[in-house]
Design a protein around this ligand. Structure first.
Ligand SMILES: [Zn+2]
Ligand SMILES: [Zn+2]
Ligand SMILES: [Zn+2]
Ligand SMILES: [Zn+2]
Ligand SMILES: [Zn+2]
Length: 297
């Protein structure tokens, strides 16, 4: 939609009017037939038509071009009143700068900056409104720390507020305690499991050591038995050796007195005497027999 022609000061050339809305061109575009339109007006027209609204010549969106430069210049130099004239703004400026003015016009309506406030006020009185706005928030003057809207003033009770806060803190604390308890329990559980595993490991090691010990003990017992046997054998052998030596000596004595046969070289025993072990008993008998024969002779 174009600018209301009533807002303009002075004469406005017919060529600067939109062929659709008949107001002064806003964001103008031009057809090949040189008719000009507001951008929104012609695009709206072309949704249902395929021609120029002025002379019905065929037309589609792709054929639209910017307005001739001299027309754009004429347009931007037109003098227009601020749209807030009825509110009291007396501003008249060129069309090219009116948007900038209206964005900052003191008579323009703006929304209150307090969240939740539905009121729109003129920019020049915004500050005063915000200061008195019932949606402005402030901290409780009695020191409970609650930030409240001015409209809540009458219903506010510090005690109730503090009680709610306390409840909140209490439930938060209960949650935290519960969390910590859970964590401790799970930690203890895992430690307990670990201990049980370790205990069974130690038990099996002890069992194994016991087994090894009993094997070693039985080995020791066997060795002791063997040693005792060995010692007995040695004692027996010693005894027999002594007996044989006695016998040998007596044989030599008797031999020397009957037959002058040469004595065996010292250190060499008769053949039978060199035998050991089980043959020893046999040798002893043989020697005794010989000694009797010698005695008879
Ligand atoms: Zn228009
Ligand atoms: Zn045309
Ligand atoms: Zn203004
Ligand atoms: Zn407000
Ligand atoms: Zn309070």
């Amino acid at each position: 939609m174009g600018y209301d022609i009533e807002r303009f000061v002075g004469y406005v050339n017919e060529g600067l009017l939109c062929c659709v809305c008949r107001d002064v061109l806003e964001d103008p575009l031009q057809a090949p037939c040189e008719h000009a339109f507001c951008s929104s007006c012609i695009h709206g027209w072309l949704v249902h038509h395929h021609n120029c609204p002025e002379d019905r010549q065929p037309l589609e969106g792709a054929l639209l071009r910017p307005l001739f430069r001299y027309m754009r210049n004429d347009l931007s130099r037109l003098q227009i009143r601020c749209r807030n004239r009825e509110q009291g703004c007396g501003m008249v400026c060129s069309l090219e700068s009116v948007d900038r003015h209206e964005r900052e016009c003191e008579y323009g309506l703006v929304a209150c900056t307090n969240a939740g406030c539905p009121i729109q006020v003129e920019r020049r009185s915004l500050e005063a409104h915000v200061a008195a706005c019932e949606f402005r928030s402030r901290e409780c003057p009695h020191g409970c720390g609650y930030t409240m809207l001015t409209c809540e003033d009458s219903q506010h009770s510090c005690v109730a507020e503090l009680r709610t806060e306390l409840e909140l803190l209490r439930s938060e604390m209960i949650c935290k305690v519960e969390e910590v308890r859970h964590e401790m329990e799970s930690r203890l559980d895992s430690q307990r499991r670990h201990m049980v595993q370790k205990e069974s490991l130690l038990k099996s090691e002890v069992e194994e050591l016991k087994g090894q010990l009993s094997r070693v003990m039985s080995d020791v017992r066997a060795l002791l038995g063997a040693e005792r046997l060995h010692r007995q054998e040695l004692e027996q052998a010693e005894l027999e050796k002594r007996e044989l030596l006695e016998l040998l000596k007596s044989l030599q004595r008797e031999g020397r007195s009957h037959t002058p046969s040469p004595a065996p070289p010292p250190g060499s025993a008769p053949e039978g005497l060199r035998k050991t072990g089980g043959a020893r008993g046999l040798t002893l008998d043989c020697i005794k027999r010989k000694s009797r024969e010698v005695t008879v002779i």
